[in-house]
Design a protein. Structure first.
Length: 292
């Protein structure tokens, strides 16, 4: 980084939810003091534990939200395994003061750092006095009386409680990934879809059909998104999101696509024929347009 002093928000930020946004907002508020708002985080893929509930957003999705939504200008995101052995003093001196040139550091009240998560906010303040940065801890955020957390958001998404999940996220849940090539079955029944694959270890929302909005080349289209395993046809792959973009025609293979989920329409279903599936898709589109 250059010689400009920075305001650093610390956290995993895997959901960029309202609690995370409060921490990020504290760093961004320092811009009026001449500091550059930054985030120190880790790629969620490098911190995901086998068998755990899964990370909410991939590294690329998280960066998109941090920089486009939360006014963060720089993101430092080393692999967790590269610095997990560093003690708290070294992290504060070498990373926060040295690499990031921090003048201000903020985090949630339960933030832990250093080898074995041995340090907390009290130690961070002590290191700040030594290395020349001030520290602000940010209180928990509550939504409808419930503490906002990644755990709560995960549970709501897996239960199909999209409206409550979106409230905690502070905006609609997004799927922002490259469009993958599929079997192109949708084209044969008049409803071509854009397929997006979830990352290994990533949380997958409740299987089913959602009213959504697709953002393509600066334009927003109403759409429906089916998340699941395509039970009507022989698929056998990993869970994916298939989005039919109403009013759009064109080839999106290999292109980035952002889809935001706006409402849950129905659970995933297996149909007896492609004609039944086609009829249901038409009904789903009507439902989605009503929601949107």
């Amino acid at each position: 980084m250059d010689n400009k002093r920075t305001a650093v928000a610390l956290g995993l930020f895997d959901g960029v939810h309202l609690g995370h946004r409060a921490v990020l907002g504290a760093a961004c508020a320092q811009k009026k003091q001449g500091l550059i708002p930054c985030a120190f985080t880790f790629p969620p893929e490098s911190t995901a534990k086998k068998g755990a509930a899964g990370y909410i957003y991939s590294e690329s999705e998280k960066r998109l939200l941090l920089c486009s939504d939360c006014c963060v200008e720089r993101v430092v995101s080393p692999r967790f395994e590269d610095i997990c052995g560093m003690d708290g003093d070294s992290f504060a001196g070498e990373i926060l003061r040295g690499e990031m040139n921090a003048a201000f550091v903020c985090c949630g009240r339960d933030f832990r750092f250093g080898r074995g998560a041995s340090c907390g906010t009290d130690e961070l303040r002590s290191f700040g006095e030594r290395y020349g940065f001030t520290v602000q801890t940010v209180d928990d955020v509550f939504c409808d009386g419930e503490r906002v957390s990644s755990t709560a958001v995960r549970q709501l998404l897996t239960e199909g409680e999209l409206e409550r999940a979106n409230a905690m996220l502070g905006k609609n849940y997004i799927i922002a990934k490259e469009v993958a090539r599929g079997a192109q079955l949708g084209r044969t029944i008049g409803f071509p879809t854009a397929n997006q694959l979830f990352g290994e270890g990533q949380l997958v929302p409740k299987y089913g059909v959602y009213a959504s909005k697709a953002h393509v080349n600066g334009k927003t289209y109403p759409s429906i998104t089916d998340i699941g395993m395509k039970p009507t046809v022989k698929y056998g792959g990993a869970p994916l999101a298939e989005t039919y973009i109403h009013g759009f025609s064109g080839d999106l293979y290999g292109s980035p696509l952002t889809v935001e989920l706006c409402g849950f329409i129905r659970p995933e279903m297996k149909f007896g024929s492609l004609d039944e599936l086609k009829g249901q898709i038409k009904a789903d589109i009507v439902s989605a347009l009503n929601i949107l």
